[in-house]
Write a protein that binds this ligand. Sequence first.
Ligand SMILES: O=C(O)C1=C[C@@H](OP(=O)(O)O)[C@@H](O)[C@H](O)C1
Ligand SMILES: C=C(OP(=O)(O)O)C(=O)O
Length: 431
Amino acid sequence: MELRIPPTRSLRGRLRVPGDKSVTHRGLMLGALAQGESTLYHPLKAGDTLSTAQAMRQLGAEINEVGEHFRIRGIGLRLQEPPDVLDCGNAGTLMRLLVGLLAGQEFFAVLSGDASLRRRPMGRVTAPLRQMGARIEGRENGRLAPLAVRGGGLRGIHYELPVASAQVKSAILLAGLFAEEDTEVVEPAPTRDHTERLFRHYGLPLEVEGGLVRTRRADPFAAKDLTVPGDFSSAAFFVVAALITPDSEVILEGVGLNPTRTGLLTVLKEMGADLTWEVTEGKEGEPVGVIQARSSALKGVSVDPGLIPLMVDEVPALAAAAAWAEGETYIPNLSELRVKESDRLAAIAKNLELLGVRVEAGPDWLRIRGGGVRSDGVVEPFHDHRIAMAFAVCGLPKGVVVREAHWASISFPSFWDDLERLRGGASSDGP
Ligand SMILES: O=C(O)C1=C[C@@H](OP(=O)(O)O)[C@@H](O)[C@H](O)C1
Ligand SMILES: C=C(OP(=O)(O)O)C(=O)O
């Protein structure tokens, strides 16, 4: 699907973005492991999380859509052997966390996914899970999916993560719920902590000491309702869109503002953004609030490398802001972007070039010379939802053609409709 967006003169209105993808994946998995029924309120229903719902059904949980929510009947800590391959679709989070969960289950399961997911590195989870005692096979000796797992008989490990990755941390913590002795994970830098917050929500064993997270074998636990905050990563596109479009003001409500996710706000403020946010409530241990963003004269900055793990999915959106800033923006510490749904470092550089922005790409860094984009460019998502949305935003003020626009539905199915509403909101829905 190719989409043409005419030049946007103003972006105005209020928006409640869909539920958080990371929390929805985890809520479905932990709800399935719980005993009894619970409701997952305001979940994300998009490509990635529908894959998770389907996988957990294949493992024995009952999951039904009730209005906009999910009703989950968990089957307890012992899942059922799935009758077929578990299709993780495009979702790295699903595959990596599920391998961790299956490492603790005494049955055979195979996980696969789409062409993008079958290229993504899995050795980072299969190596520590094998150390714990799980038997895992896969292409290239377990470095690539499809993966075949026969779990059970796990022992706890002390593991220092070689990369700052919440997916790897979470996979090991989930396996640790089934292991003899303690399981400890040490992070090289803070990453999103939704798994830890949800362990607390369900009363699962958890101790955090600085950068060390510890868990141990879990007892059966009761199902409990969970409300999913709005997805900060989805909100990020509209924050940047409001900053770079003239005469704009966008208010995003009910957005998750977990500090391990909001590195982008820190960088945008440093760039001079007219941006405010406020935590107004806490939903099951996750801070939730409102973001207000207005048209801004941005200036280039050199980004603190330590912030990247706190904004790892927002780098494409930051690149869109940098294209419109005055001066140069330098973004370091981007090696993880090479192994996302696409090679995002290359995809960002290519799309900036397509829009006439001068960019230099190193092995793990980008240098973007701002000043705005060429009118009416065509952008190429490379089968990647975040690249599709970020470069639609980047092209908004001058008008843009987005190829493969359907990829947005992996994490944000209403993105194009919401964008259209805010584009037309200048007269009808102003804040
Ligand atoms: O744990 C999670 O839910 C996620 C962790 C991040 O991946 P890494 O752990 O590979 O950094 C992020 O990019 C992904 O979108 C979601
Ligand atoms: C990297 C992402 O997701 P995943 O790793 O779950 O595919 C993302 O949503 O940007």
